[in-house]
Design a protein around this ligand. Sequence first.
Ligand code: KMH
Ligand code: ZN
Length: 280
Amino acid sequence: MNTARSAARTLITVAPTGAETAKADVPALPTTPEELVETAIACEAAGAALIHIHVRDRAHEPTLDPVLLAEAVAGVREATDLVVQLSTGGSITDPLEQRLTVLDADPDSCSLTCGTTNFGDGVFLNPWGFMVDLYRQAREREVVPEFELFELGHVHALRRLIDECGLPYGGKVHVDFVTGVPGSMPGTPQALLAGVAMLPPEVTSWSATGIGRAHLPIVAAALAAGGHLRVGMEDNLVFAKGQPVTHNRELVARAAELATIMQRPPMTTTEARELLAVKD
Ligand code: KMH
Ligand code: ZN
């Protein structure tokens, strides 16, 4: 049993944009630098303490352009106290070498997916060598990884990573279960709890994400099981039946309300920094 299972307060992560949804299809998706900063401010006020960022270019297309990534980090840092996490997953067509260069933007945290997985009609590639390179480079740069677990096998790969490479920068191990991606781990409480039961004892905190329809069941299951939450338009575009999300703030505010009802109110950014042991 680790402390991850009895957190008194809830870390709420917002993943506002992602790499899969087209701006033309969902105009409310924050894709410009101004929209990203406005979203970050609103979501911090609503209860988020961490932001998981995918950057878009001027044409609203996903990009790993180092200049745009650095601008996004600086913009969110200037406007908020949110822990800033950059995606190293990018989109499924991004080359592995380019995904490593995300660390050049000096985020507080970076995502690190613990293995290859089905991703709808495509494949999200995360070979072992890439995972190790990202893990080691993140530690050298004092960036805290968040381990993304899309499959139960990814929990086992995390075990191997810790055994072979040691602990990450800061000594904490935070994971996020990404459930409900078509072809990957289903977004059910049963699958989530199976993953939680497999976590290595080095894990100090865990959160969960439910994609699409899995959003609310996974929020409820994670809260009940003592986990943290990731919400946002990267993962879910529907607030309720027939009601599209019009701003990421809506998902954060509802998660904060549910967490408060469950007697585990949202943690502050200061508490999140301590939880994750990000660099001062
Ligand atoms: N866009 C997905 C292919 C991450 O941010 O690290 C990968 C993803 C995970 O979103
Ligand atoms: Zn992402």
